[in-house]
Design a protein around this ligand. Structure first.
Ligand code: ADP
Length: 187
């Protein structure tokens, strides 16, 4: 099974993707995690991406697509995957379709977590305190939410037009939300 998980920063995509990955026995592919690993390893790509990420902007589509293509080629992705944080704008959604066509693959479902804004700001403030991620300061969080509504929200409409989108209530406990996702997938 190949899934796209959509939702604003702080909507719990990463948490839910980890749970689903075990349930479905597929790979969890987070472009944010791949980018943070590149930054930590100080690769050329990581060096380019760091300032952009710290500003809450999107890293260039070409760089992220390359990172994704490499990751999709790894053995654990052969059984399926959950994309978390990709695609993040319409150009990436189209690039993904192009890549999948070359790989002779299709996306089975796109699931969008719906969480209210107040809850998001609260969750990210807590994550900032717990994990100290360099892009979780209040100002950058606000900017990431703007980038989300301008660039990423249209991606849900893109999958809706293809008949692949299910909106999931992202409020509640981790277990409750996981149940809803599993149910939406018919598992
Ligand atoms: P969140 O969803 O909480 O913003 P992520 O870990 O998904 O966290 O992303 C963190 C940052 O990594 C983004 O603000 C952006 O700079 C970069 N990033 C992640 N995925 C992409 C992507 N698909 N395209 C461009 N930039 C990305």
């Amino acid at each position: 099974m190949r899934l796209v998980l959509l939702g604003p920063p702080g909507s719990g995509k990463g948490t839910q993707a980890s749970l689903l990955k075990d349930r479905l026995n597929v790979a969890h592919i987070s472009t944010g995690d791949l980018l943070r690993a590149a930054v930590a390893a100080e690769t050329d790509l990581g060096k380019i991406a760091k300032a952009t990420m710290d500003a809450g902007e999107l890293v260039s589509d070409e760089l992220v697509l390359q990172l994704l293509e490499d990751r999709l080629g790894e053995p654990d992705a052969a059984n399926g995957y959950i994309l978390d944080g990709y695609p993040r704008n319409l150009a990436q959604a189209e690039a993904l379709d192009g890549l999948l066509e070359r790989l002779n693959q299709t996306i089975d479902h796109a699931l969008a977590l719906i969480v209210d804004q107040e809850q998001i700001v609260h969750r990210l403030a807590r994550r900032s305190a717990e994990q100290g991620r360099s892009d979780d300061s209040e100002e950058v969080v606000r900017h990431r939410l703007t980038v989300y509504s301008e660039q990423t929200a249209p991606v849900a409409a893109y999958y809706d037009r293809k008949g692949l989108l299910t909106n999931i209530d992202g409020m509640g406990t981790i277990e409750e939300i996981n149940e809803r996702l599993v149910k939406a997938l018919g598992h």
